[in-house]
Design a binder for this molecule. Structure first.
Ligand SMILES: NC(=O)c1ccc[n+]([C@@H]2O[C@H](COP(=O)([O-])OP(=O)(O)OC[C@H]3O[C@@H](n4cnc5c(N)ncnc54)[C@H](O)[C@@H]3O)[C@@H](O)[C@H]2O)c1
Length: 245
């Protein structure tokens, strides 16, 4: 299959391109796109791309959602959105567009993180009255906080406990029973660490996922692109790809 790679010059775009050049799943690039390109081979705007392709793989910026969805609709292509940090309006555009084209949308393309999310769901029932705290660590260039994955994990806990998600504590803010705390650490070149702790009185349960390299997310995104071939319109997630874990 052939893809359009959006955000091609960024950290993740570069990883995806490296993997494709190694022949991963036989996928090839029909065209590269990056809003900040000054390279002739890399388009600056999706709408300038006329090469035929089966799917768009996006690791760019959340503000690209409208343009991406419009282009996917106009060309009837499936879309893999790996970018995080979308506003509620941008998420609504993605949901509406998915009625007409197949869209895979996941803040984390790692199968290991999907498994972490499944464990967190189970632990949220098992340690029902515990204090749940999520800590995520990422490199010093990451734009959004908390990470899309930390938000996903917090929503998973909330779906079981009904607690309130509390991010970025500052000043006098005592913990309330049921709060789901989320803290973000930024530094160095960390690919991504997510740690969820259940403080359950006499015992404490912690689960951690560490991304050792960005290659894992690139593999996940290309696996999702291959999975989307010939799919009907709809909004697909890691659960569709991996099944119930
Ligand atoms: N889902 C996942 O598993 C996963 C994993 C890693 C990163 N991400 C997300 O992917 C996104 C990119 O991450 P990164 O580390 O590569 O960032 P980056 O800043 O290194 O790269 C982003 C690239 O997108 C380009 N860009 C910005 N706005 C654009 C637009 N409107 N259209 C086209 N290109 C545009 C930039 O010029 C840049 O080259 C972030 O939102 C990040 O959180 C997701």
């Amino acid at each position: 299959m052939r893809i359009i790679l959006n955000g091609a010059l960024g950290r993740m775009g570069t990883e995806v391109d490296k993997l494709i050049k190694k022949g991963y799943k036989g996928i090839t690039v029909a065209a590269y796109c990056d809003a900040n390109s000054d390279i002739p081979d890399v388009y600056r705007k999706l709408t300038d791309i006329t090469e035929s392709a089966d799917a768009i793989v996006d690791f760019s910026h959340h503000s690209a959602a409208d343009e991406l969805c419009g282009y996917a609709l106009a060309r009837n292509m499936s879309l893999v959105i790996a970018t995080t940090g979308q506003t509620e309006d941008e998420k609504a555009i993605i949901a509406t567009t998915s009625r007409a084209v197949p869209i895979f949308f996941s803040p984390n393309m790692s199968a290991g993180v999907a498994f972490l999310n499944a464990v967190v769901k189970k632990a949220s029932s098992f340690f029902a009255d515990s204090d749940v705290e999520i800590v995520e660590r990422h490199h010093n260039k990451k734009l959004d906080a908390p990470s899309g994955t930390a938000k996903l994990l917090a929503e998973t806990v909330k779906s079981i406990t009904g607690g309130e998600i509390v991010t970025g504590r500052n000043g006098i803010c005592p913990r309330k029973q049921g709060d789901i705390g989320v803290s973000s650490v930024r530094g160095g070149n960390v690919s991504g660490v997510h740690e969820v702790t259940f403080y359950a009185g006499n015992e404490t349960f912690t689960v951690t996922h560490t991304a050792e390299s960005r290659g894992m997310f690139a593999e996940g995104a290309l696996t999702a692109a291959a999975f989307m071939k010939d799919k009907k319109p709809g909004l697909y997630t890691m659960t569709d790809l991996l099944g119930d874990l």
